[in-house]
Design a protein around this ligand. Structure first.
Ligand code: PRP
Length: 188
């Protein structure tokens, strides 16, 4: 069955099936890399990462001997209702537990300017975790080579994307795929 695309959307960039497959392979990679680790502290960055994180951790739990993990969240904001990052990252919600000697995996939906991930890696890195890695679903093409992304789902063109956690002014966030938003929607 084909669904008509919302008129605000230019095209589907990453289909639901492609996301599902990639999330599975990322989870398989994580299970291999963290084999033997007692517990992985999976940190989702709200709001955008909540859907990606939910799918990823369920894949980690699928095998009988999955990867033991705890889920926690942080919230930061640098965009508000704007389409351009202010560059100033604000911590809105912190972790519930200290992460000293803990293996931490930071889960993000997107890297655009890189301000958010850079800030989070710096903040959490200062809390003496046993290890700190990042898992990002999509990264925009070009730049940010200074940022440490350990697990990356997809590289996308430099357009405004929505769906699968990504929003524009809090809209389109729960679309099951990732789509390009028409320029006239956010330029107006
Ligand atoms: C979005 C996204 C990332 C960040 C990436 O968050 O979820 O956290 O921007 O952009 P950057 O690489 O330019 O820093 P946003 O501030 O829009 O909040 P939200 O997740 O609640 O939508």
């Amino acid at each position: 069955m084909t669904h008509e695309l919302h008129p605000d959307l230019a095209r589907v960039l990453i289909s639901e099936e492609a996301i599902r497959e990639r999330v599975r392979s990322l989870a398989a990679q994580l299970m291999e890399d963290y084999a033997g680790v007692e517990r992985l502290y999976v940190v989702g960055v709200l709001k955008g990462a909540f859907i990606f994180l939910a799918d990823l951790v369920r894949e980690l739990s699928r095998p009988v001997y999955g990867l033991p993990h705890t889920v926690d969240f942080m919230a930061v904001s640098s965009y508000g209702k704007k389409t351009v990052s202010t560059g100033e990252v604000r911590l809105v919600l912190d972790l519930r537990e200290p992460i000293v000697d803990t293996h931490v995996l930071l889960v993000e939906d997107i890297i655009d300017t890189g301000h958010t991930l850079r800030y989070l890696l710096q903040t959490l890195g200062g809390r003496s975790p046993a290890s700190l890695r990042s898992c990002v679903l999509v990264q925009k093409e070009g730049g940010h080579s200074d940022i440490k992304v350990d697990y990356l789902g997809f590289t996308i063109p430099d357009v405004w994307v929505v769906g699968y956690g990504l929003d524009y002014a809090d809209r389109y966030r729960t679309l099951p795929y990732i789509a390009e938003l028409r320029r006239q929607v956010y330029a107006s």
